[in-house]
Design a binder for this molecule. Structure first.
Ligand code: ADP
Ligand code: ADP
Length: 227
């Protein structure tokens, strides 16, 4: 089955229709990028999937389970989603390991330790487990945020402009590391960007949004070659 399905999902904020009849199926392990001009509904789409906002109409399914429709509402903590949002920064008073452990409370201590080791190795930060966020570079902090999102083994990871605060050289490196980590764990992901190069180099499919609508959803080659 699909990892994520949006079925005719709409969301209005007052007079603005931020998401209009969005329908989309994402296969397990697929890496999707969302592009489009500012205000076209990219962040709204991620928030609806994450459960940070409730659709006015339509249904959302994650790994075959309905998380939102007319009758159903699952809050974010009961959806199998991982978030790498700019405004979900690391907890400054917690070590790297404790930041990563944040979503693992329901697991045994031993399993938590195993997961922390696994994901920090995945993002090549095992040696920094005892450090605090302010002791890390921007790129390292971003990799910790990804490790924290992956640790609970979510069905879908949502990334909202995850590299935009990094300088250009670092951005390419962190982007490549992120894609590698998602591929290695076969994690399904939706990544919002306004950068065409980024969409071209990261996505299996590119979803182009405009004024709350999905205009196109196709391979990067087809999207960027189309007239
Ligand atoms: P994007 O991420 O593509 O820049 P958004 O999803 O943030 O776009 O916004 C889509 C539209 O919805 C914009 O017109 C924006 O102003 C509006 N919008 C988003 N969130 C809210 C909100 N909480 N309240 C009112 N309007 C909002
Ligand atoms: P398989 O289906 O071959 O058992 P998986 O796709 O489940 O493999 O995982 C491949 C490897 O990645 C395993 O070593 C697993 O422990 C690890 N892994 C899977 N999911 C995650 C995750 N979210 N974070 C870190 N490591 C993971």
């Amino acid at each position: 089955g699909d990892a994520l399905v949006l079925d005719d999902v709409s969301k209005r904020y007052g007079a603005v229709t931020a998401a209009r009849d969005l329908s989309l199926s994402v296969a397990p392990g697929e890496l999707l990028t969302l592009i489009g001009p500012s205000g076209c509904g990219k962040s709204t789409t991620l928030r609806l999937v994450a459960g940070l906002d409730r659709p006015d109409a339509g249904a959302i399914r994650i790994d075959g389970e309905t998380v939102a429709d007319r009758r159903t509402w699952r809050p974010p903590e009961r959806r199998r989603v991982g978030l790498v949002f700019q405004d979900h920064a690391l907890f400054p008073h917690l070590s790297v390991a404790r930041n990563v452990a944040f979503g693992l409370a329901r697991l045994s201590r031993a399993e938590q330790q195993r997961r922390i080791g696994e994901v920090l190795e995945l993002v090549r930060l095992g040696h920094l487990a005892k450090r605090y966020p302010h002791e890390l570079s921007g790129g390292e902090q971003q990799r910790v945020a990804l490790a924290r999102a992956l640790a609970p083994r979510p069905a879908v990871v949502l990334l909202d402009e995850p590299f935009s605060s990094l300088d250009e050289t670092l951005r390419a490196q962190v982007r490549a590391d992120t894609v590698a980590a998602l591929r290695e764990t076969k994690t399904t992901a939706m990544l919002v960007t306004h950068d065409q190069t980024e969409a071209l180099s990261t996505g299996d499919r590119v979803v182009v949004m405009c004024a709350g609508l999905i205009e196109q959803a196709d391979t990067p080659q087809r999207v960027f070659e189309s007239p």
